[in-house]
Design a protein around this ligand. Structure first.
Ligand code: GSH
Length: 219
């Protein structure tokens, strides 16, 4: 069956980015519509229960929450990118939840402009990176590229932007670095970002006075 799929997006949003990568990975036919989160259109506010992106419009219905959207797309378009073993699947779903909290920790680490807050944010972020470092075995989170890798992929892409700007930030995390390298070159992921996204991401935080990236803040 041919499904009509539309992803409502904001270019910089890491949560939308997860669904974009999965649509690419599945080879799906989809339309993408960008909105300005600083000036949300009326039609968007009417259909978005939390006023957040991503939304997925499918056959006239609206889904929200990126992890739910990705679970749905995974069932809609086979083959599934979940492990078949239900215990491993449950564990990976838990790590998907973990990845959502890590997005906010990463943003705090990158945006902070004063030394005290920066050291706290760095400690929180790195303590979570250490937990992931313990979990990783090889090139991917599990045996092969799966939904859990897609949930973390927007973070790994942004870590690659950060490394291009501020080398050595991942020196204490060799397995995460290897994971970042294998995930970001995968076709579905590579296709999901460009130089424009990198510049938007880096410049946004430099303009906010980022200690990590180097401040471009105008006084
Ligand atoms: N838990 C949500 C988080 C989505 C989210 O926080 N989206 C942000 C953009 S990255 C948003 O739309 N924020 C609303 C706003 O900025 O007003 C998900 O996974 O989909």
């Amino acid at each position: 069956m041919n499904h009509k799929i539309e992803l409502i997006s904001f270019k910089l949003c890491p949560f939308v980015h997860r669904s974009l990568i999965l649509l690419n990975e599945k080879g799906a036919d989809y339309k993408i519509t960008y909105i300005d989160l600083a000036n949300k259109p009326e039609w968007f506010l009417k259909i978005s229960p939390l006023g957040k992106v991503p939304l997925l419009k499918v056959n006239g219905e609206v889904l929200f929450e990126s992890s739910v959207i990705n679970e749905f797309l995974d069932e809609l378009i086979s083959p599934s990118l979940h492990p078949t073993d239900i215990l491993i699947k449950a564990k990976q779903r838990a790590w998907v939840e973990f990845s959502s909290t890590l997005v906010f920790d990463m943003i705090n680490w990158v945006k902070t402009s004063n030394a005290d807050d920066f050291n706290k944010a760095k400690q929180v972020f790195e303590s979570k990176l250490h937990m992931i470092e313990q979990e990783l075995q090889g090139a991917f989170f599990g045996e092969c590229f799966q939904l859990v890798d897609i949930a973390f992929a927007p973070i790994l892409v942004r870590l690659s932007f950060i490394e291009n700007n501020t080398p050595a930030v991942l020196d204490g995390f060799p397995k995460i670095k290897q994971w970042m390298e294998s995930v970001t070159v995968r076709q579905s992921v590579d296709k999901s970002f460009d130089q424009e996204l990198e510049n938007l991401f880096i410049n946004r935080f430099k303009q906010q006075g980022s200690l990590l990236l180097g401040s471009d803040k105008k006084d």
